[in-house]
Design a protein around this ligand. Structure first.
Ligand code: GAP
Length: 491
């Protein structure tokens, strides 16, 4: 299988994603998107919007600030509970995340254990610093939020948001009213989130600044029916049930309606999003065998939750949560009502006044992009270079435009075609090196089509179009290029 190093090398050499402030040695866990990366990221977000937002009439979008006042995060519980346990080597001062460290070294499952229990395990198991064999300290809790101060006096404490979700809850009332909304009603948002991870690692998989794409779907818990459910009711997903985890048996393939009827999935909205996610990831080239939902065990689930289902993807290093799906009940609105003093309840047509319940799918963009690169990376000995089989909709450029030679007016004709296409599409102009090298460079970043302008173009206004996947070429008229591209932009 393709490895993290292959993807990392591709990202660095082709300007997709690279460390922030690299010339100064970088800042661990932070990355910049380069010219190719930014296009893939943007197109991915657009595709996500098409799939999850524009296909629904009841979901709107917001774009909230990334810096939040302390009160918000006290109400949400992050100031008190957004913590990870750490232990420090008393000799070399290296710091480890205690639960991961113990699990990696002993194979014991320690999720939910207290700092005292974790310290005891370190002592009992005689665990020492892997760096210098030094003694490890007592386990303490470390808050993962980046704290800062607004204004010159330093009195107003603020935090960089650890999840994009909180802006949605704090602006719920305004958005609900200004949209003249009725339940069910969804608010979607994409943007940056910040976590001071103890050990940022595995390239972008655990970063300190990353992008989340979230929907908070607000609904009446006494009536979770909605029209669109029928479109996915018979769809199947792969689910690792709680029972399967306890008995160490295989994941099951289950119809959404059956999982909802048996109350394995707590409501129709959760079922809807799980089904949509399964389809979404498959359409991006990630095979079913690398996708599963895991019903989180009670000890991994927050006390207020009505059930959490992680979409896990099989990466080269193992399964990893990539989308968190949580039934947050009315926990957030209840707390924000209490702490802000604002009544966030909504009135229903039947006269009831309720705090809506919430199902939240929360996508981590960097993990998804990594998975897309991993599963679309083609090692091709025959072709002589590796290439990306990116679906056209999320390819950075839909086509490359290549003059066969730089003389006899061919370059000028190619520029003219390029400029026209550029008005409507992301296209790349490349006139450097042999045509074979240009195809190779384009394939490596997943450009689906290559348009070559040659001597015949000057005679009859036709070009060749090379298909990245088959490498086959066909000749079409210049006037047909745009409609050719438009047809291919459907995934
Ligand atoms: N609002 C819910 C929430 O934030 P989460 O499970 O903590 O839930 C959602 O995060 C997603 O964000 C994860 O499934 C993952 O893809 C991504 N994510 C979380 N921490 C991350 C990190 N340090 N680096 C990159 N992605 C991260």
């Amino acid at each position: 299988m393709v490895k993290l190093e292959d993807i990392q090398r591709l990202c660095l050499t082709r300007g997709i994603i690279y460390p922030t402030a690299e010339i100064y040695g970088g800042l661990s866990g932070t990355f910049d998107y380069g010219p190719v990366g930014v296009l893939i990221k943007r197109k991915f977000i657009e595709y996500w919007r098409d799939f999850f937002v524009k296909s629904m009439d009841c979901i709107v979008e917001v774009d909230g600030a990334t810096i939040l006042p302390e009160k918000v995060l006290i109400a949400s519980g992050h100031v008190e509970s957004f913590v990870d346990p750490i232990t420090q080597c008393e000799k070399c001062k290296s710091i480890y995340r205690a639960d991961n460290f113990i699990e990696e070294r002993t194979g014991k499952f320690v999720e939910g254990k207290s700092t005292k229990e974790l310290t005891e395990i370190i002592v009992q198991e005689k665990l020492s610093c892997p760096n210098c064999k030094g003694k490890l300290s007592e386990v303490k809790m470390f808050n993962l939020m980046f704290k800062t101060f607004a204004g010159p006096t330093g009195e107003q404490i603020a935090y960089l948001r650890p999840e994009s979700a909180q802006n949605i809850f704090t602006s719920f009332e305004r958005v609900f009213r200004s949209s003249r909304a009725k339940l069910p009603f969804g608010i979607a948002q994409h943007g940056h989130a910040f976590r001071n991870e103890i050990s940022a690692r595995q390239f972008v998989i655990r970063s300190r600044e990353f992008n989340q794409i979230e929907i908070e779907m607000f609904f009446d818990p006494e009536n979770d029916d909605f029209e669109e459910f029928q479109s996915i009711a018979n769809k199947e997903i792969i689910l690792v049930t709680r029972e399967a985890q306890l008995k160490k048996t295989d994941a099951v393939r289950i119809k959404i309606k059956d999982a909802v009827n048996k109350k394995i999935i707590p409501n129709k909205w959760m079922g809807f999003f799980l089904a949509k996610e399964f389809e979404f990831f498959k359409s991006l080239g990630i095979p079913e065998s690398a996708l599963r939902f895991r019903h989180m065990l009670p000890e991994e689930t927050p006390h207020y939750s009505g059930g959490n289902f992680d979409l896990e993807i099989k990466f080269d290093f193992g399964w990893k949560e990539t989308v968190g799906n949580a039934y947050r009940t009315d926990h957030d609105l209840k707390n924000h009502s209490k702490f802000s003093g604002e009544d966030l309840a909504v009135s229903l047509p039947d006269g009831r006044k309720i705090l809506p319940h919430v199902v939240e799918p929360s996508f981590g963009l960097e993990r998804i992009l990594y998975a897309i690169l991993l599963y679309n990376f083609v090692e091709d000995k025959e072709r002589g270079w590796n290439w990306l089989r990116l679906p056209p909709k999320i390819a950075p450029y839909i086509a490359g435009v290549y003059p066969l030679v730089n003389k006899d007016g061919i370059n000028e004709k190619a520029k003219e075609i390029f400029k026209t296409l550029k008005k409507n599409f992301d296209v790349l102009f490349d006139d450097a090196g042999s045509i074979g090298k240009r195809y190779a460079r384009a394939d490596e970043i997943g450009i689906p089509f290559g348009i070559t302008i040659d001597y015949q173009t000057l005679e009859d206004d036709t070009v060749t179009i090379r298909d990245r996947d088959s490498t086959k070429q066909e000749r079409i008229k210049i006037s047909e290029i745009e409609s050719f591209i438009k047809n291919k932009l459907i995934l």
